[in-house]
Design a protein around this ligand. Sequence first.
Ligand code: AP5
Ligand code: MG
Length: 262
Amino acid sequence: MSKYLILLGAPGAGKGTQAEILFKEFGLAHISSGDLFRENISKQTPLGTLAKSYMDKGELVPDDVTIQMVMERITRPDCAKGVVFDGFPRTVTQAQALKAAFGKKRKKIDGVLLVAVRDELLVERLTARWICPLCGSVYNVLSNPPKTAGKCDKDEAALGQRDDDKPETVKRRLNVYHTQTAPLIDFYRAAKLLHQVDGEQKIENVQQAIVKIVKSLRPGVRRDRPQKPKRNRDNARSRTNRGRSTRSAKAKSSTGRNNRRA
Ligand code: AP5
Ligand code: MG
């Protein structure tokens, strides 16, 4: 099942947590712009150095470099099976770039899942988040703790916290979300793609709500162009029959006219 989905929501809403579940459930490629930046930071690339200077302040990385990075990522073979975008797009400019790129490939976003959580809960969630530096598994000491405190369930590596999860940076990220990313809610609502999910429920319940929506979506159909009906034998037959009935109706009516004339 190839689906192209966007997870939209504030920092800490649970986008990464749910994207991982969608990756496992539906085999969709998980594209997290934040993870791509962090990968570049750990490899000390020029892009990583640039991104870090914005991320540390809780600001967005400029659109041009972000768009270029994600556009390169979507050309990789794993994206043919569908994608769940996590944290991208984050501005209307990014959303328009994604739409244009998909338009060229004759692909379409199938749905945008807005994971809604109140700000006061988000600060609490982010400061309690712990991540495995080896496999990227995400835990939360309050809602989703590891089996052994401070250690990853999968590889037992020591868990760490993200630099931008400090309370003052989290507040700045939330501000940035409300001013620069929240306009995407209206953008995708106008495109009839928006589905809101209550992100304040337990992780499993958010998951169930999202999976139900995803299963109800029609895959990859471009809604901006009418679809041509498939030409199959039944269609061909009914066209032939329609042709016949039209011809016989014409014949009848001309017979009628001829009769009247006569
Ligand atoms: P990014 O890495 O995308 O961070 P974010 O959007 O701020 O979101 P988070 O990863 O913090 O939260 P999440 O929604 O993924 O929540 P999670 O599942 O981890 O971006 C980082 C930075 O990179 C940005 O600030 C920006 O500088 C830059 N950047 C990235 N993309 C960009 C773009 N497109 N353009 C420009 N700049 C960009 O969950 C959070 C915690 O809550 C976890 O501990 C989890 O276990 C727990 N949790 C999850 N769900 C629940 C639940 N239902 N109940 C209780 N706890 C839960
Ligand atoms: Mg995330």
